[in-house]
Write a protein that binds this ligand. Structure first.
Ligand SMILES: Nc1ncnc2c1ncn2[C@@H]1O[C@H](COP(=O)(O)OP(=O)(O)OP(=O)(O)O)[C@@H](O)[C@H]1O
Ligand SMILES: [Mg+2]
Length: 407
């Protein structure tokens, strides 16, 4: 295996840090050859790194597990970037083409022009997603190179984040001993893992509800139109269970995943589970219906906020196919029904697609909790290059980035 065909993806979540090591095949498909997951209970709040050392430790554990499984040594990683302060801006570039036909330099120039935006000094651009080109008024062009043209235009989506938050994330990776080779906003990564091309063309919303945040992306005509992050996730549900039912947080988390249901009316009166109660040692029996009654208002609240965010985006009318729910919280039983009622859209649960289901990483294939990590790899195979925010805050594109990643 050629060593420069292997990449590592790092998803630093509020609940867990995931590392996936993938081999990129000649046909641009990928095979996952290593996976590591480490708990990250202290490092992040609402998607932002608040404890660099704890996060760095979780990153080291997660990478080291993936290294062992794959027998590869990792030097650098591609990261998913999330956090409450993420914003997206739709922008447009226009240039006069100098020659008779569009050349690569014209495309670079129009993209550079589209990147010019006024934004707060304390923010960095973390991604520029290139949309379609317009050639002398003809819109919807995917690749204008070689076309006769005088006026070239492009639509882009620019994703920004507060500088300090971005730096803390990169610092955690660097303190763990790795180089950041590129970054992609988590919402776009997850979208690459779970969305169908037809959905992206028709218009779709991807909502990745994790533990501390919900990452949202809206696509239309194949391109992302909007990205946002909401500081809400499964942790809110666990905290409610713990407070209302007086169950220790670690136990509440397990009970939510095992017996939790978003629809109390679907739960049988007789269904029960045993749990410990704060302040006592003896196990107590509780009704699953009571648990569901604690879960429902909170998941409904999260979904109402998602609906508001979609409406505030002013892009809601573009969602013509589905809302695709993913992230660990999408595993909550009957979340699909409650989401359809609340969002007033058809909803499906998105599971990450991997190209090589026979690789033995079936859990990756079947769990919405791994959408972001898988999506980093798919995004990479499609875009070929990812962006990185340099120390001086300038966004650089790294060509040929697969080179020299591994010792
Ligand atoms: N079966 C289940 N039922 C309900 N919730 C579940 C289930 N499985 C996992 N979860 C919840 O999913 C959440 C974790 O999701 P995920 O792994 O996507 O989060 P993360 O990526 O670490 O965090 P974030 O993206 O919010 O920073 C936790 O709150 C967990 O309790
Ligand atoms: Mg996540």
């Amino acid at each position: 295996m050629a060593k420069n065909n292997v990449i590592a993806a790092l998803d630093i979540g509020t609940k867990k840090v995931t590392t996936l090591i993938a081999q990129i095949n000649e046909d641009n498909s990928f095979s996952i050859i290593g996976k590591g997951v480490a708990e990250n209970n202290k490092g992040l709040i609402a998607g932002d790194v608040v404890d660099v050392q704890a996060t760095a430790a979780a990153i080291r554990d997660s990478v080291s597990e993936a290294e062992k499984i794959s027998s590869k040594r990792i030097k650098s990683v591609f990261v998913a970037i999330s956090g409450e302060g993420i914003r997206s801006i739709n922008n447009h570039g226009v240039i006069q083409v100098r020659g008779q036909e569009v050349e690569k330099t014209d495309v670079d120039r129009v993209i550079e022009q589209a990147k010019i935006i006024t934004m707060p000094d304390d923010s960095d651009i973390i991604n520029v997603e290139i949309g379609k080109y317009t050639v002398d008024g003809k819109a919807g062009i995917v690749n204008p190179i070689g076309m006769a043209c005088r006026k070239l235009e492009v639509d882009v989506l620019i994703v920004t984040m507060p500088k300090t938050m971005c730096r803390n994330l990169y610092k955690a990776v660097e303190d763990a001993g790795f180089i950041v080779s590129g970054g992609v906003v988590s919402a776009i990564a997850s979208s690459w893992a779970v969305l169908e091309n037809d959905e992206r063309d028709l218009g779709v919303a991807m909502v990745d509800i994790g533990d501390g945040v919900a990452d949202i992306a809206i696509y239309y005509n194949g391109d992302p139109l909007y990205v946002a992050v909401m500081p809400m996730g499964g942790k809110f549900i666990t905290d409610d269970i713990s407070k209302v039912m007086k169950i220790p947080p670690v136990e509440a988390e397990k009970i939510k995943c095992k017996y939790g249901d978003a629809r109390p009316d679907f739960v049988d009166e007789t269904e029960e589970f045993k749990t410990v109660i704060i302040g006592t040692n003896a196990p107590t029996t509780k009704k699953a219906k009571q648990l569901a009654k604690v879960i429902t208002p909170r998941i409904e609240e999260i979904l109402v906020e998602v609906k508001k965010k979609l409406m505030d985006s002013r892009k809601e009318s573009f969602i013509q196919s589905n809302v695709v729910l993913t992230g660990g919280t999408a595993k909550l039983k009957n979340i699909q029904c409650i989401a359809e009622d609340t969002l007033e859209q058809t909803v499906r649960i998105g599971i990450p697609k991997i190209d090589d289901p026979g690789s033995g990483f079936q859990d990756v294939l079947s769990s919405p909790a791994f959408s972001t990590a898988v999506g980093i790899i798919r995004h990479f195979t499609v875009r070929k290059q990812l962006e990185i925010v340099k120390r001086d805050g300038v966004l650089a594109k790294l060509a040929d980035i697969i080179k020299n990643f591994f010792e």
